[in-house]
Design a protein. Structure first.
Lengths: 394, 331
């Protein structure tokens, strides 16, 4: 029987790792993710998880050790955040290029400077071109589930890509919520043993991994990462379906909420989706035609689902805790790409908010909807809006 | 007629066809190192192939694994420049969980070890992974075109330590990574040279056989970067030993009070006390080593720089507990 209990997202991530039975874990402490390796250390110390836990001297070495272990053919896991993920950046490209299905739990936290330990998504969003798949959890149950799902998708032979699962710093990492821990036997059946055909370091069958490629081969190697990301779109749907059958919880790449007759759709990711759904209910009571959508999967980018969503709205408001300077948020860029050649498309408006742990309030969302309504009325609007700025200290 | 047994296995793990420069001393080092490793694995585990290699970006990486070819007949992985030791940690952990017997060989050049890979190396040694780290030391960033590293010796020309009106070339003493590795109190740390192949092979085998981490820093000539004759690689490396420039030492378990010194040869007089080498009187001046290399050519117009080099060599030997005398030419 699954165990119903309460725990923080960090603990949920550690439980997911325990259930997935990675053979090698390499991790380095960083706020707000530290509890993940702490909890895993306990599991290993108590004999509840039979894994080698390498207590590395940096995140760069954490991911490098994961690459080494994954190249040797075993399931690997690590957890990090913020500067730690930034320090891994170089090796993230390598893990994807070498097609190693490493899974990383990311406690989404801002990047310096100024140094700040609180939530936004700049850390993982900044890794969006590495070739890694990216999933974002709305709550602690999703953090656990999406890690299991990520292993399954990552290790699929049509995919063979690493994956990161983001869950918001403190809002989730340090907040206790109800979580159902699935049965080990069911997880074992769901994931199976990982026995790669492409990555091993076996003296009986020596292979060379991580070669140099000249211009005659490099581009094709990169293209396979593109192809794998394309394949992942279908595989993710299949795995979501299988997950629902086995565990009873339904996931989709883009989860819609009260969008059917919505004029304005508020699109976001992570725990902010919870706030936004609550806000949608609040506005619906006042008769405002507003809906919400959450990207559970950010890479591969679910362009098809986004196009379907776009058909329903006059305005899509992108609520994002990240920024590309002089451009706007990452979602704004990605939605623009998905819709640019559509004959009919909604107005896209970008809202940068909640950076570095700034709370996102209903008042902030009123401002968002106000701008969206002006746009519908044909009034001028800014394409990129910073919401909740304290203008008095600027 | 009896057939003489070859001094080392004829098995090859570093295959012909790699793209190293003619006369590359590092290629020789890797060939010998993998053969020695294989012998050690055969003797320890009964399986000559019981090892895998994790290698840093660098000359020996780019010349050996150019897709779709490979010079490696052993399982081999390359990740990046600074993380061979970390990647090897992961491979070793995976092997442990797979129940596989054997040892992991990590390989890096001096740049990938003494500089950018120092942190990962320290972590791997401190965590006591069952890994031998082989540093092939050609004393500069040769792969990017001969830039100085912290392992470049005093006085050497490189493209980033050019001699000039205000420069004698590299102006810092060489950093001895083997001493830093030994300070981790690992079971075994040693220096070696392609100028003494038997000593190098013996040390690689010893490193491969100890339980836990080991470190070997092997001096390798680089004709391209040292501007030295292609055919004189081994001779130059041997002169480094015989003139006192390159000490051959072993440190077990970080015991700096019982450093083992390999006699340098070249007519040097070795003085021992209680079996321990305490003094060496070298007979060949360092100029004999320097003059064969274009990278030191400018020093012959700056004799005070060569004298300074002698002082630094003496100071380094002092750290090893050995008083050395270094002759000047004609002495």
């Amino acid at each position: 029987m699954p165990i119903r209990t309460v725990m923080k997202a960090n603990e949920a991530a550690a439980w997911a790792a325990k259930l997935a039975k990675p053979k090698v874990i390499a991790a380095f402490p960083i706020t707000p993710s530290t509890l993940v390796p702490e909890k895993i250390s306990e599991f290993v110390a108590n004999g509840e998880l039979d894994a080698e836990f390498i207590k590395v001297e940096s995140e760069h070495s954490a991911i490098s050790a994961c690459v080494g272990a994954s190249a040797a053919g075993v399931r690997t896991f690590t957890a990090t955040a913020s500067q730690g993920l930034a320090l891994m950046h170089e090796v993230l490209f390598i893990a994807a290029g070498m097609r190693l299905p490493i899974v990383v739990a990311v406690g989404n936290r801002s990047l310096s400077a100024p140094i700040n330990i609180w939530n936004d998504w700049q850390d993982s969003i900044s890794q969006r071109d590495t070739g890694w798949m990216q999933f974002y959890a709305e709550n602690n149950q999703e953090a656990l589930d999406l890690i299991l799902i990520a292993f399954k998708v990552a290790e699929d032979e049509r995919v063979l890509l690493p994956a990161m699962i983001g869950f918001d710093a403190f809002i989730l990492t340090h907040t206790v919520e109800p979580v159902e821990i699935p049965d080990q036997e069911v997880v074992d059946e769901f994931l199976g043993e990982y026995t790669p055909k492409h990555a091993y370091l076996d003296p009986a069958k020596p292979i060379t991994q991580g070669t140099l490629a000249f211009p005659a081969h490099y581009m094709e190697a990169r293209y396979t990462v593109w192809e794998a990301n394309e394949n992942a779109k279908k595989v993710i749907d299949e795995v979501f379906e299988e997950f629902e059958k086995r565990f009873g919880r339904k996931y989709s790449k883009v989860e819609e909420y009260r969008t059917d007759d919505a004029e304005i759709v508020l699109v976001t990711m992570g725990s902010l989706a919870g706030t936004v759904k609550e806000y949608v209910d609040h506005l619906r009571e006042k008769g405002v035609k507003v809906g919400a959508a959450k990207l559970t999967v950010y890479r591969p980018f679910p362009a098809e689902e986004v196009r379907e969503l776009a058909k329903k709205a006059k305005v899509i408001a992108l609520l994002e805790k990240n920024v590309t300077f002089s451009i706007g948020g990452a979602l704004f860029q990605d939605f623009s790409r998905a819709l640019v050649n559509q004959k009919e498309k909604p107005i896209l408006i970008d809202f940068i908010l909640g950076l570095g742990g700034r709370d996102v309030t209903f008042g902030n969302l009123d401002e968002v909807v106000g701008i969206a309504q002006k746009a519908i009325a044909g009034e001028e609007f800014e394409e990129v809006n910073w919401i909740g700025l304290r203008k008095e200290i600027l | 007629m009896a057939v003489r047994k070859p001094p080392i296995t004829t098995r090859e793990y570093w295959a012909p066809g790699h793209a190293a420069c003619a006369g590359c001393g590092c290629a020789t080092a890797l060939k010998l190192a993998t053969k020695a490793f294989s012998e050690a694995m055969e003797e320890k585990y009964g399986d000559p192939n019981a090892f895998a290699i994790a290698q840093a970006t660098g000359c020996m990486e780019v010349v050996s694994a150019v897709f779709p070819y490979t010079a490696w007949k052993a399982p081999w992985v390359h990740v990046a420049f600074e993380n061979a030791a970390a990647a090897a940690s992961g491979v070793e952990a995976a092997w442990k969980k797979l129940g596989r017997k054997g040892k992991i060989l990590a390989i890096g050049g001096d740049g990938g070890t003494a500089d950018i890979g120092m942190q990962a190396l320290s972590g791997m040694l401190e965590r006591r992974h069952n890994v031998v780290y082989l540093m092939y030391d050609n004393e500069a960033y040769m792969n990017t075109g001969i830039q100085r590293s912290s392992s470049t010796p005093y006085g050497a020309w490189t493209t980033t330590s050019p001699p000039g009106k205000y420069s004698i070339g590299e102006d810092k003493p060489k950093k001895w990574v083997a001493l830093i590795a030994a300070a981790h109190q690992i079971p075994y740390a040693a220096t070696a040279s392609i100028g003494n192949a038997f000593d190098f092979v013996r040390k690689m085998k010893k490193a491969a056989k100890v339980d836990g981490p080991a470190f070997v820093q092997v001096h390798c000539t680089c004709p391209t970067g040292w501007k030295s004759p292609l055919e004189k690689g081994v001779e130059i490396a041997r002169l480094a030993i015989e003139t006192g420039v390159w000490p051959l030492f072993e440190i077990e378990n970080g015991d700096f009070f019982h450093i083992k010194i390999q006699p340098p040869g070249g007519g040097a007089k070795v003085k021992r006390e209680g079996g321990k080498v305490v003094a060496i009187e070298f007979k060949k001046p360092i100029e004999e080593y320097l003059k064969l290399q274009g990278r030191f050519k400018h020093l012959f117009k700056r004799p005070e720089a060569i004298d300074e080099m002698r002082e630094q060599i003496k100071a380094m030997w002092k750290v090893l507990g050995v008083d050395v005398t270094l002759p000047k030419p004609g002495e």
